[in-house]
Write a protein that binds this ligand. Structure first.
Ligand SMILES: *Cc1c(COP(=O)(O)O)cnc(C)c1O
Length: 389
């Protein structure tokens, strides 16, 4: 028997905060309780049929059975550039400023390998999508957390970042519309990001996974719409949430050519690109009728109103999100995130995500996802009403 010792890299990961919830969930399930799971950010609706048809057709073609290009098919990257022009009026050179990803998580996790040396700093938000800091850590770097606070509309306040930290930082990760807080960014904020990045020479990585999930006529903007943004970094995008394609693994990064090319260089040493048939289906998603996106948003709007109106009526402090499928809820007096999560699960059979699982500054909140149907959301509100808090 050889002894198996994990790398310092794996051992240095913070403890898995959802372990205790997983345990409680299992226990509640064993009691035979009908669980309403508002914990996962994974769409429950199917991929629109025209996208599946495009995959079916492409899957039969032997030309698509071979290794794809690691940086993406020219046709897919061109479709991305056209979509950026149509959607955000941003011009992209598809040959140098676009790279296809095997889901945007893949690119987000890999990009620090291109720019972080041992001990280097990256600015990351708290709360935030955990991949930002684990990617940085895996590359040998260290995350400096910028807190997202309610009084700042859950935008980072760059004035609180010490000068020497800002000067040392090589990269920054931000994400609007935001998971988990559902906050949105203004053009003025993105302009501030550009100025801060320029004055401290920081590569900006903006995660734009949720720009297409927005309600009440609101249209989120791209970071690349800010003046000078493209010179400071890249934006990550994904078809996962927009077209209910989380299982398909297709996303992309766009922006500053040297950054895109360095990410491509990392990828060429690790993977061999996304299945071409999936890229062809991705072209169909981006180029064909966008009515499917409107339908998806209509469903989330209805669910949002049922959940948020219900929770507000019960006396919880919640704002109606303008984008994303998350609702960020302040825990009631007398609870912290873990205690309220545990109360909802053990007594109500409702799974939510404790805010501190996304970083220390998420303490005092829980996140609910609108990825179950409205009947279940009504039932969740009723259950919370009957168990109280
Ligand atoms: C879902 C999500 C992603 C990634 O999605 P992929 O399926 O890997 O494209 C990226 N960032 C955030 C904040 C997300 O919530």
């Amino acid at each position: 028997m050889i002894t198996i010792e994990k790398s310092d890299r794996l051992n240095s990961l913070p403890p898995y905060l959802f372990k205790e919830i997983d345990r409680q969930k299992e226990e509640v399930r064993k009691r035979g309780v009908d669980i309403i799971d508002l914990g996962v950010g994974d769409p429950d609706m199917p991929t629109p049929p025209h996208i599946i048809e495009a995959l079916n057709k492409a899957a039969i073609d032997p030309a698509n059975h071979r290794y794809p290009s690691y940086s993406g098919m020219g046709d897919f990257n061109e479709a991305v550039a056209r979509w950026y022009k149509r959607r955000f009026n941003v011009d992209l050179d598809y040959e140098n400023e676009v790279v296809t990803l095997i889901g945007s998580k893949e690119g987000i996790a890999h990009i620090p390998l291109a720019f972080i040396n041992t001990g280097d700093l990256a600015l990351v938000t708290s709360p935030g999508y955990p991949v930002y800091h684990t990617g940085v850590q895996f590359a040998g770097g260290q995350a400096y957390f910028m807190d997202l606070l309610k009084e700042n509309d859950f935008l980072p306040d760059f004035n609180t970042v010490p000068e020497e930290i800002a000067d040392k930082a090589r990269m920054m990760f931000i994400n609007y519309p935001n998971n988990p807080t559902s906050a949105v960014a203004t053009r003025a904020f993105f302009q501030e990001v550009v100025a801060f990045a320029e004055s401290h020479n920081i590569i900006v990585c903006h995660d734009a996974a949720y720009t297409e999930l927005a309600f009440d006529g609101y249209r989120p903007i791209s970071f690349l719409e800010a003046e000078g943004a493209k010179a400071t970094g890249v934006e990550f995008h994904s078809l996962s949430k927009t077209y209910n394609m989380t299982g398909w693994r297709i996303g992309f990064a766009v922006g500053r050519a040297e950054v895109i090319q360095a990410l491509g260089q990392i990828k060429s040493n690790i993977d061999s690109g996304a299945f071409q048939a999936v890229q062809i289906a991705g072209i169909a998603a981006l180029e064909e009728d966008q009515a499917c996106v409107e339908n998806i948003n209509r469903v989330y709007t209805e669910r949002r109103d049922i959940l948020v109106d219900g929770l507000v009526e019960l006396g919880l402090s919640v704002e109606k999100p303008r984008a994303t499928f998350y609702v960020w809820i302040e825990v009631p007096k007398g609870y912290n995130s873990a205690e309220f999560t545990s109360h909802l699960l053990s007594n109500g059979g409702i799974v939510v995500t404790p805010g501190n699982g996304f970083g220390a500054a998420g303490e005092g909140y829980v996140r609910m996802a609108l990825t179950v149907d409205k009947e279940r959301l009504k039932e969740a509100v009723e259950r919370i009403g009957s168990i109280g808090f």
